[in-house]
Design a binder for this molecule. Structure first.
Ligand code: NDP
Length: 677
């Protein structure tokens, strides 16, 4: 049986015998992997054309909804993935990280999509006035690159690895060509099959290759990207390809790194115990085959033995075996090849001055490799900071003081993740400043978060997961940051009407007077830039005195004439919150209507004092709109309160929920999300 590839709308089988894939525990040959003779270069152009067009036909919101539906579809079918997963040596707990973790990534991106606009353009920052009368303005925005992303996945997370790269690309509107790592391509094939069967992905948005990429990179240019996870050696080879050096495609790598855990000098017993548990967990989850796993442990000299012993205690009770057997905590490595690599790496570490402190007495046959704790006799031996055993192995290094610990940590040449166990913020600051250029994610573990920390090695879909130097100098995951990485940033310079039409956000100078009060309109009926100028109101002494009593805010600037005269304003002024309330009184239309709730206020600034006798007027403008669900959408309103001289005294944005038009009021065959079919 051969693992199939899905290219140009069809499942295809490569020629030749291919590379055998074995069950990690029983070594039974399960399938062969080959992409020989497949039209990979053509698939790149096809995906760009067919998939790109289909994805951009949807917009961020629709793509976000599809990611949620896809997550639900996969959740209902994960048993099949769990079953296959065991053939890679993974236990149920490991499968949970891979399968459920991957589905969780889809849910996360679908939630993030709610913060994005409707179409395919993502404005950044604020409009920048480039002329005094606002007729010429600038805005940074992100738009489609028109390319494809080739995603090269590592063997250790066939499901999560594929989904964590696919989700941000899909949300950004970029078609994917995913390449599975050979040893676990059969699991990736199954998840791709389910994804396609869901019917949620437009044709061309996901293609899949099991086996070599062939000539695919030849077709890449400045519109395209490659997201790679795997070894530093492969990354270094790939990044020299003319696709990147000459034709300007983006290359993003996340590679193996020698991540450190540091027991701080200020750590107490709780931190020692919690770090020991963490290290043991890092060696046992996925049998230590995680790019973020702890490889080096830096310990104050006097506490080395204590931490080693505490770690050993957590590991010695674990059972190694076939993950399909009851009670097994730790499976084999993913393949015989991986075991050979781990053995070679451990030999190199031993030759460079490490010694085995303790090794689990469990299975060593087949692809099994037992958890192993090494102790660095010479902590400065460079090899110990360069060679990574990609398995259940960690090396402990003693340090004399924190300067020494920092220098040792830096010998890794760049890390994906590091953990510092300390309750002391000063010690944390020392390492944060010293390691900020060395690590992608710094996890501080202590008695205060021991119960809630998600752990050293778990990447979180909303936080960056890249690292500098040895770790690939790339970025992965990172919530909206990774969506943005798939888009092209440009500076748009235009008049306010064009700017407003293109960004979908109000631009000053492009207001149009509201014909009826905007609070009487449904979500669909509100137009960006629609503006209401209210009637006026003069502030009296009674207003200030009554507001002080009502709110119990008797601050001297509002209530004490003598102190107020000596204050910044030289007179009594109205409360800022009074100005807000008075503005609401001016712009609110009180009768029941489509505005359902006021749920927040952003960017409030009081820019001028309001004194007794000043006259206020408010301007309410539809600033931006975001659909929420079938029933309502979010409307942002720009509010500006001015005085009798036309000076702005307060400016802010309010957020309201506004009802959508009842569906029976829409043209037949339409839903709020397009045609009902
Ligand atoms: P590799 O770097 O060999 O492979 C990673 C991916 O790159 C696989 O999909 C592989 O495909 C592909 N690949 C290999 N050569 C090329 C090429 N010339 N052009 C395009 N794609 C290519 O890593 P492995 O998965 O074999 O793991 C080896 C080591 O990498 C581990 O021992 C570990 O040290 C590190 N690693 C790091 C990870 C991380 O997340 N940072 C994760 C996993 C491993 P194929 O399998 O078909 O060769």
């Amino acid at each position: 049986m051969k693992v199939k590839s899905y290219l140009m709308g069809q499942w295809l089988t490569g020629a030749g015998e291919g590379v055998p894939v074995q069950d990690a525990a029983t070594l039974e040959v399960l399938a062969h992997v080959t992409s020989e003779g497949l039209p990979l270069k053509e698939a790149v152009a096809w995906g760009r054309e067919v998939g790109g067009k289909a994805l951009l036909g949807m917009g961020f919101q629709e793509r976000g909804r599809r990611l949620r539906a896809l997550a639900q579809y996969l959740s209902e079918r994960k048993e099949e993935l769990y079953r296959l997963y065991a053939t890679t040596g993974g236990t149920r707990r490991d499968a949970w990280y891979d399968v459920d973790g991957g589905i969780g990534v889809l849910f996360t991106y679908s939630s993030l999509a709610r913060t994005l606009p409707e179409g395919n353009l993502l404005p950044e920052e604020e409009n920048l006035p480039l002329s005094k009368d606002f007729s010429f303005q600038g805005r940074h925005l992100l738009g489609p690159k028109g390319g494809i992303t080739v995603q090269i996945n590592a063997f250790n997370f066939p499901v999560w690895g594929l989904l964590e790269k696919f989700a941000p690309a899909f949300l950004a509107g970029v078609p994917t060509l995913a390449k599975a790592a050979t040893p676990t391509a059969h699991v990736a094939e199954e998840v791709v099959r389910l994804m396609l069967e869901s019917g949620l992905l437009p044709e061309g948005s996901l293609q899949f290759v099991a086996g070599s990429l062939g000539d695919a990179l030849e077709a890449l240019d400045h519109r395209d990207s490659v997201y790679f996870t795997g070894s530093k050696a492969t990354a270094d080879r790939l990044r020299r390809h003319p696709a990147f050096l000459e034709r300007g495609a983006l290359f993003n790598a996340e590679t193996d790194s020698l991540n450190a855990a540091i027991l701080g000098e200020k750590a107490g017993e709780e931190e020692v115990e919690r770090l020991a548990r963490e290290i043991a967990q890092e060696l046992s989850i996925k049998t230590g085959q995680r790019c973020t796993a702890i490889r080096r442990v830096l310990v104050p000299q006097g506490r080395l033995e204590v931490l080693l012993e505490a770690t050993r205690k957590h590991l010695e009770g674990l059972k190694l075996g076939d993950p399909r057997e009851e009670g097994v905590d730790l499976g084999p490595l993913a393949s015989l090849g991986q075991k050979e690599e781990v053995e070679r790496a451990v030999e190199a570490l031993l030759a460079a001055g490490a010694r085995v402190y303790w090794q689990h007495p469990g299975r060593r046959d087949g692809a099994f490799f037992p958890p192993t704790l090494l102790l660095a006799e010479d902590p400065w031996a460079e090899t110990l900071h360069q060679v990574e055993p990609f398995g259940p192995v960690a090396t402990f290094f003693p340090y004399r003081d924190r300067e020494e610990a920092l220098r040792l940590a830096r010998l890794g040449g760049g890390m994906l993740a590091a953990t510092l166990a300390t309750p002391d913020p000063e010690e944390s600051r020392f390492y944060l400043l010293g390691l900020s250029g060395e690590v992608g994610r710094l996890h501080i573990l202590n008695r205060f978060n021991a119960h809630s920390s998600t752990g050293h090695g778990s990447p979180l879909p909303r936080l960056l997961h890249g690292g500098p130097g040895r770790a690939g100098s790339g970025e992965e995951l990172g919530g909206l940051l990774s969506v943005k990485r798939h888009l092209a940033r440009l500076a748009l310079q235009a008049d306010p009407h064009t700017l407003q039409a293109l960004t979908g956000e109000y631009a000053r100078g492009a207001e149009k007077p509201a014909s009826i009060h905007p609070f009487r309109k449904y979500y669909e009926e509100l137009e960006i830039g629609e503006t209401l100028w209210t009637h006026r109101r003069t502030v009296t002494e009674a207003d200030i005195a009554l507001f002080a009593h009502l709110s119990w805010d008797h601050f001297y600037a509002h209530t004490d004439e003598i102190a107020a005269q000596k204050s910044l304003f030289g007179k009594r002024v109205a409360h800022g919150y009074f100005v807000l309330s008075a503005a609401a009184g001016l712009f609110v239309d009180p009768a029941p209507g489509p505005v359902l709730a006021n749920y927040g206020l952003e960017g409030l600034r009081f820019t001028e004092p309001v004194g007794i006798g000043d006259t206020l007027q408010a301007r309410l403008t539809v600033k931006a709109k975001r659909p929420r669900d079938e029933k309502s959408g979010v409307v942002e309103w720009a509010v500006e309160v001015v005085n009798q001289e036309g000076k702005t005294v307060a400016a802010y944005t309010i957020l309201t929920l506004v009802a959508r038009k009842p569906t029976d009021a829409l043209p037949s065959g339409q839903t709020h999300f397009g045609a009902s079919s």
